[in-house]
Every structure is written in structure tokens, then in C-alpha cells.
Design a protein around this ligand. Structure first.
Ligand code: MG
Ligand code: MG
Length: 249
């Protein structure tokens, strides 16, 4: 069921989204060679809980054990933080975080370079970020869900990369995952029409090589089929008559 949000609910999500954005900055400052993904998880959890009424959305969601999803290099999404996963110079780490605040969830992700990365990886990050911005810009009243996916995939293909199709963006708010699904590919004017008060997470996952994926034996971590790198950027956005309002910037 699609649940449209009242102005008051959108303000609450903006407040939660502000905590989430600050959490990403804390994590970003900690990303360096020698730091484990468990260290990043601890930083994120402590920071979120230091705000009265805020809790991590992901911990316990579908049984996920941590505050962040941390996915290194060929890992696309849903990596489980571990003291054994230590960042190295030249890696990339995708960090996905959700915050539950005032009864509502917000959801966002960033991919960080660990030190200096090679040129192709740097381009992958730039193109994925640009694809997210194109998707956000298409989140306007009167457009359709397919316009968002089309805007994203157009940027990705132009950049010479591939969009992951098995995983999609989604409505977000009272639940972490609400309707509609928001694929990162699509045809203009197809899918649900976007209306005032809709809140969605737009989250392109972009692979340097093949678009295809597989899931590891831990039943969580999704990786690229060819071992090439992947990037993931995400924001929660409110579709409003006055234009898209990014709640997690
Ligand atoms: Mg997310
Ligand atoms: Mg999401």
C-alpha cells in the first residue's frame, strides 16, 4: 500500500534525515586504511543513539544484525559489518544506513573511497552519484516511477557502466520498505504516477562490469558476478507540489 505523508510527517522525516546525514559524515571521517567495518558500525550506532528518540532502522530488520550495511569493492549491498573486514588503501566501501525517528524511517547510502582509488573507480563513484541526482530531479509530481529509473539508467549507460536490476528503491516512512518499488531502470511515463506527499528512497546500484549479481552464503551480501566493483548512493526524497525535497542531504 502506498502511504502518502502529511506535511507534519515530512517534517519529522526531515529531522530524522538530518540525523542520518550527520551519521554519514561521522562514518566518512572514520573511513581510512586499517579501520574495520565493525568500527564504522559502532560509530554509526553510537552517534544515532546519542540523539534522543533516534534508533538505527536496520538493526533487527528482517534479522539483520547491525546498524549499517557495509559493502567493500565487489560487494554491492547488504554486507555485514565485521572486525575481520579491514579497509585497505584503494578500496571503496558502500555504507547504507537507516534512522527511525518520531515513528518514521529515512534511508540513505554513500560509497566512500579509502584513500586514493584508481581512475575507473573514481569515475564509477561520480557516475553513480550523478545518476542519483538525475533520479532525484525526476521525482516530480506528474512524472511516473519509470521516469526516475529512465533518468538513472540514461546517466549510467552514458558513463559506460551497468545498473543492477535485482535490487530497487522503494517507498519509505512508517515502514523501511513501502510501496512503490522504484527500479533504477525504466521507461518514461510507465509505472505509478508520482503524487504530492509520496516519500521514496532512490538508490542506484551501479556495476563497473556486468549488471549481474549473486548472494553470498551469509544470505545477505550481494556481490557482482564478475568480481568487478560496484557503487551505491541513496537519498530519501519527498515528492511535493513545489518540487522534490531531499530529506537526507
Ligand atoms: Mg538504504
Ligand atoms: Mg533503501
Amino acid at each position: 500500500m502506498v502511504q502518502l505523508k502529511s506535511p507534519r510527517e515530512i517534517e519529522t522525516m526531515a529531522a530524522g534525515g538530518k540525523i542520518l546525514a550527520a551519521t554519514h559524515q561521522r562514518v566518512r571521517e572514520a573511513v581510512k586504511p586499517g579501520v574495520s567495518t565493525m568500527d564504522l558500525d559502532q560509530i554509526a550506532e553510537d552517534f544515532i543513539r546519542s540523539h534522543e528518540g533516534a534508533t538505527p532502522s536496520f538493526k533487527g530488520l528482517y534479522g539483520f544484525p547491525a546498524t549499517i550495511c557495509s559493502s567493500i569493492n565487489e560487494e554491492i549491498v547488504h554486507g555485514i559489518p565485521s572486525p575481520k573486514r579491514v579497509l585497505k588503501e584503494g578500496d571503496v566501501v558502500s555504507v547504507d544506513i537507516g534512522v527511525f525517528y518520531g515513528g518514521l524511517h529515512t534511508d540513505s547510502a554513500n560509497t566512500w573511497a579509502v584513500g586514493v582509488v584508481d581512475e575507473k573507480t573514481a569515475k564509477l563513484l561520480t557516475v553513480t552519484k550523478d545518476a542519483l541526482e538525475a533520479g532525484l530531479a525526476a521525482a516530480v509530481v506528474g512524472n511516473h516511477v519509470g521516469d526516475i529509473g529512465n533518468a538513472i539508467e540514461t546517466v549510467v549507460l552514458k558513463g559506460g557502466f551497468a545498473v543492477v536490476r535485482e535490487l530497487v528503491g522503494h517507498g519509505v516512512g512508517h515502514l523501511m520498505h513501502e510501496e512503490p518499488q522504484v527500479p533504477n531502470h525504466g521507461k518514461p511515463k510507465r509505472g505509478m504516477k508520482l503524487v504530492h506527499g509520496l516519500t521514496i528512497a532512490i538508490e542506484p546500484m551501479v556495476n563497473a562490469g556486468s549488471a549481474n549479481t549473486r548472494t553470498l552464503g551469509d544470505k545477505w551480501t550481494v556481490i557482482t558476478i564478475d568480481g568487478k566493483r560496484s557503487a551505491h548512493f541513496e537519498h530519501t526524497v519527498a515528492v511535493l507540489n513545489e518540487g522534490p525535497r531531499v530529506l537526507t542531504r
